[in-house]
Design a protein around this ligand. Sequence first.
Ligand code: NAP
Length: 487
Amino acid sequence: MEHLDIIMQNAQQAFETFRYSTGNTRKSLLYAIAEALENDREAIISAACAETNLPEVRFSGELGRTCMQLRMFGDIAGEGSWVEPVIDTADDHRKPFRRPDMRKMLIPCGPVVVFGASNFPLAYSTPGGDTASALAAGCPVIVKMHPAHPQTARLCRNAISHAIEKSGLPLSLFQLVDDPGFETGKYLVQHKLTAGVGFTGSLSGGRAIYDYAQQRDNPIPVFSEMGSVNPVILMQEAISTKGHEIAKTLGASILMGVGQFCTNPGILIGVKGEILDEFMHLLTTEISQHPAYKMLHRGIYENYHQSMEQALVQKGVDVIYKHGESEDLKAPAVLAKVSAKTFLENPLLREEVFGPFSLFVCCDHLHELEKVWSSFAGQLTTSVFGTDTELLRCEAMIRNCAGFAGRIVFNGAPTGVEVAHATVHGGPYPATTDSRFTSVGADAIKRWVRPVCWQDCPDFLLPDALKNENPLHLWRKINQSFSKEKI
Ligand code: NAP
């Protein structure tokens, strides 16, 4: 593993200067990376299509999203207030003791190891949100390539390296590790120079990586984003008045990316009866209009079959619809149903089936629906389809679901995660290993920093963000009020 030691040492060396780079330097770098990716667009998209079985239109969108993400973090770095400067000025006359001058801000933590995701070769892998947010924070990045898309990863690495070189920054700000194998990942996580880890993938993988980090002499933060079944509540009035529209929305969401999204709606919950039966029929009609598509790779395909079949053989589970096609790597879309009572008794039924699979949970009444909804462990999302009257009637139940979900979606699908400043793509374990953070959106940068407080520090020694003059014109919290004023 000598080559990994060299990679980590180079990253640490780059950190020594990059940590003090200006926000505008990081902004220019992130913009240059976006431009370099766009320049190599054709080659990257064609490699991604060839390596994943997904269509060009998907990667056209994913590349656009990736570049938008890079520029968003560039703007955040350039503006600079993300370091959250807080200043409590001294009070020499406070009794019985003087209040010292206290100033704090966020600083970058050091080299960050990122595990690329199989299902998003661009937006959650080599040039993805983890890389963009870590570089914006001032941290060098080491990506452990996902073995399912090596050529795409290398082309992205070349574009990133080109942009770094053009910006006159150290090339080892970004390095790609392309040897597969769990030992490589473990070594990187446990390397003494690694300061943080970002991961997107399976629960078993994310948990293993978290455990490696905790076994170190000096444990480090690991931000694993793992599985989720994303429960969806179907209120009766909504599905009886807007059934077609909701079936269209959910059908597209279940099939999107051949179901290989962490926000895929895996569990659909409603009160049993004619209205829910009719909705099942509408959703079946929607889904059955589409052919089966190929999954990302054999491992995921086999895993889909195994976990889907495991769900279908459970006592009380009935198939509503199963696509007939069985060609190699093509995933049959499946809808099934089970009673709420059986669902509540069988923990296997709430495990993620990674693919185009959704299970209806049929409740006897609203009270039972509430019981099912409140029974979930951590989830990335939960959604509710309801009229205003229904939502109002269920206000307490909706308030409670914030206890287990990172994002609550009203009358919409959980897939298609918006990259915004308010986005939360996280949630309590097992959705992630740290529910206080998000892996998508502006606050993803907060994973790669730690706060430091300067007490009674002379002005000339303070970082610019905390100097009296406020030379960077940042928003700062001074004696409990936000302002851009000098002190
Ligand atoms: P994965 O198996 O979790 O692998 C992701 C990365 O983590 C790979 O680079 C892998 O290393 C590494 N890894 C996994 N287990 C490890 C361990 N014990 N020690 C060290 N490194 C480890 O995910 P995947 O390959 O993308 O897909 C497998 C399954 O994960 C899917 O079938 C699906 O069920 C689930 N998945 C879920 C999501 C989600 O967002 N919820 C996304 C993707 C996948 P190698 O390079 O050596 O393989």
